[in-house]
Ligand binder design. Structure first.
Ligand SMILES: *Cc1c(COP(=O)(O)O)cnc(C)c1O
Length: 403
């Protein structure tokens, strides 16, 4: 193994031990939830047609609700992505003239059109107002600005994005989210709090719904699917809100009573079982990249001594050529499409060319080792996922060679 990586592994022993403690805690939580709902082989069976009385689907929802310390959940292979899950959550509960306040700045890129673009059935088309307040420069909530806003306007929903997404800011910690919830509910318990939980599941011992968030959503081809789930998404939280969202997923009044999946649910259950460990491996991979590349003089976020709030590691390469080489190096150790050399391309919806490395078993699954970023200053690459630390180490070796 590369000497730099060997040394970095020695320096990360303490962080890794902390990560192990978290994943053991979360694994226990998952197993206890499986036991509570008496998960058995019969729950893996698929159904067809309407999917009435689909016990595999219904039990999976109950297990996820329990893992999140919540009343109810929708888990469905019919939810195609994280964007779809978040969009369902918003359209499920919001009504014309409602006001939403995002307290983590602009939401993730793929939600921009869902919220603002006119003429496509966006929130804006339904006359839902969506305002934003940025985090402070230290990465905390801007309580002063939030307080002022809440005095002026009757806000229906507070919107939080836990992960950094494609922004140069730290991911939120559960402790920060808890403080915010206490603050908001202290002003008015009626204001509902929603969290985009993508990339956040099992990173800490608690989830947003454990500390006052009313409901949250995410993707099953990220953390919570453990790298095995073939597709799907979830929304979890307060029963009344989940029922409204279920009415949007299928049809009002029909809700979560229907929805079949012929292939069955084993990979969702088994993926959920593996997820605490998979997230542990992704976090170790991110920690190692962060530690080695900062030692090489690059600006990284999070730094290896900072709190880990999601599975993303952002690296400022300050050079377009290095960015391309970085992504090509990661691609070159991918089990799938490892023979492919990614190049920057004009992706619809992005102002700049984008480069992506993703050699995944499940198309686009970013819990698998992947990296990407827009080709623009300061040429930041976002690395995420990694099903095994071994894979992460091999990728890092290639990256060091290519830089
Ligand atoms: C990935 C992600 C999304 C969108 O999920 P897709 O599955 O890509 O649609 C939304 N928010 C955050 C923070 C994400 O990381």
């Amino acid at each position: 193994m590369n000497k730099t990586i060997q040394n970095a592994l020695k320096s990360t022993t303490k962080t890794f031990a902390k990560l192990d403690e978290i994943s053991i805690y979360n694994e226990n939580k998952v197993i206890e939830a499986f036991k509570m709902h008496a998960v058995a082989l019969r729950h893996f069976n698929g159904t067809s047609g309407y999917g009435n009385d689909d016990v595999g689907r219904d039990t999976l929802c109950k297990v996820v609700a329990t893992v999140f310390g919540a009343e109810n959940a929708i888990v469905s292979p019919l939810i195609t992505s994280g964007t779809h899950a978040i969009s369902l959550a918003l359209f499920g509960v919001l009504r014309p003239n409602d006001i939403v306040l995002s307290v983590t700045g602009q939401p993730y890129d793929t939600l921009q059109d869902v919220i603002y673009k006119q003429g496509i059935g966006s929130l804006k088309d339904f006359n839902v107002q969506f305002d934003t307040i940025d985090l402070t420069s230290e990465g905390g909530f801007d309580y002063e600005a939030i307080g002022k806003y809440l005095q002026q306007k009757p806000v229906k929903m507070i919107y939080i994005q836990r992960s950094r997404g494609y922004a140069w800011r730290p991911a939120l910690s559960i402790a920060q989210i808890k403080d915010l919830c206490l603050y908001i509910k202290g002003i008015s318990p009626k204001i509902m709090i929603f969290c985009d939980n993508c990339y956040g599941e099992f990173v800490e011992k608690l989830e947003p719904t454990d500390v006052g968030v009313d409901f949250c959503a995410g993707s099953f081809i990220k953390n919570i699917g453990g790298g095995l789930a073939p597709t799907g998404g979830y929304i979890v939280g307060r029963n009344d809100l989940i029922n409204l969202v279920a009415g949007r997923l299928t049809a009002p009044s029909i809700g979560a009573e229907v929805g079949s999946y012929q292939y069955g649910y084993r990979l969702f259950y088994q993926g959920l079982f593996l997820a605490p460990h998979t997230v542990n491996q992704a976090l170790k991979t991110a920690t190692l990249f962060s530690s080695v590349l900062s030692a090489k003089g690059f600006d990284v976020s999070p730094r290896s001594d900072e709190h880990l709030g999601d599975i993303v590691c952002a690296i400022r390469l300050n050079d377009p050529d290095k960015m391309i080489k970085f992504c090509q190096a990661v691609q070159s150790v991918s089990p799938i499409d490892g023979f492919v050399k990614p190049e920057p391309w004009e992706q619809p919806g992005y102002a700049d060319k984008v480069i992506m490395a993703a050699g995944c078993f499940v198309q686009g699954a970013s819990i698998e080792l992947s990296c990407d970023g827009p080709i623009r200053e300061p040429y930041t690459v976002y690395l995420q996922g990694g099903l095994t630390l071994e894979h992460g180490i091999l990728a890092l070796e290639k990256v060091l060679e290519s830089l």
